[in-house]
Design a protein around this ligand. Structure first.
Ligand code: TYD
Length: 204
């Protein structure tokens, strides 16, 4: 059976990745490439309930607890949605995945990065994206895009988001073959063209 292709879209809140994942999905569908579009946290079912807690719970959530909730959502998502789609030979486009936990809980909440890597590995059963695109934007611009209606994660403050951005840049530095950075301070069309070039470069 032909193996599918797993592409993840990453970046700090307000970086424009959701617009871009939708555009790539439309492009692939126009080429008759079987594609699923999914996200973390909360693709469907149980994940939607975990997402609700993660984004809207209004009491204290310890960084460790937060990590395990993202990881629990990921385990369910990988087992029930991502792996079956890949086994069926589909292209899986995923809005956030393991690198978000490294950037947000590792760099942002300042938990141990090696431990997060190990836990990610358990949650995914060792599955790795074929390609990860990080949409990089300066924090002032992303904060303006988010506006005042912030969820629990988005309310974590500017210093937190500076560390998250740094985290994504460090991840890209450590794994340059898998992780590519696109400067998000550009037109939607220009960024879409760069995303398409990256897709073509992995030779699906
Ligand atoms: P979402 O509304 O999906 O944000 P976005 O549209 O920017 O992707 O909310 C997901 C939030 O959860 C976002 O603030 C990033 C955060 N997050 C983590 O902190 N760790 C993780 O492992 C994941 C997947 C997301």
């Amino acid at each position: 059976m032909k193996k599918g292709l797993f592409i993840t879209f990453e970046g700090a809140d307000g970086c424009g990745k959701t617009t871009q994942i939708n555009l790539l999905a439309e492009y692939l569908k126009s080429k008759n490439i079987e594609t699923i579009l999914t996200r973390e946290p909360g693709a469907k079912g149980l994940g939607v309930k975990i997402r609700e807690i993660l984004l809207n719970y209004d009491g204290v959530v310890s960084p460790n607890c937060e990590s395990f909730l993202f990881l629990a959502d990921r385990a369910q998502h990988v087992d029930c949605i991502i792996k079956p789609a890949l086994q069926a030979g589909k292209v899986v486009l995923c809005d956030r995945h393991t690198d978000s936990t490294v950037a947000y809980q590792g760099y942002g909440r300042q938990l141990d990065i090696e431990r997060i890597n190990m836990l990610n590995n358990i949650a995914t059963g060792g599955l790795k994206p074929d390609l990860t695109i990080v949409f990089d934007i300066d924090i002032e611009t992303s904060m303006k895009r988010i506006g005042n209606d912030k969820d629990r994660m988005e309310s974590s403050g500017i210093e937190f988001f500076k560390r998250v951005r740094q985290g994504f840049l460090e991840i890209a530095k450590k794994e340059p073959d898998r992780v590519k950075i696109i400067n998000s301070d550009n037109s939607i069309e220009n960024i879409h063209n760069q995303v398409k070039s990256l897709f073509k470069s992995i030779n699906y």
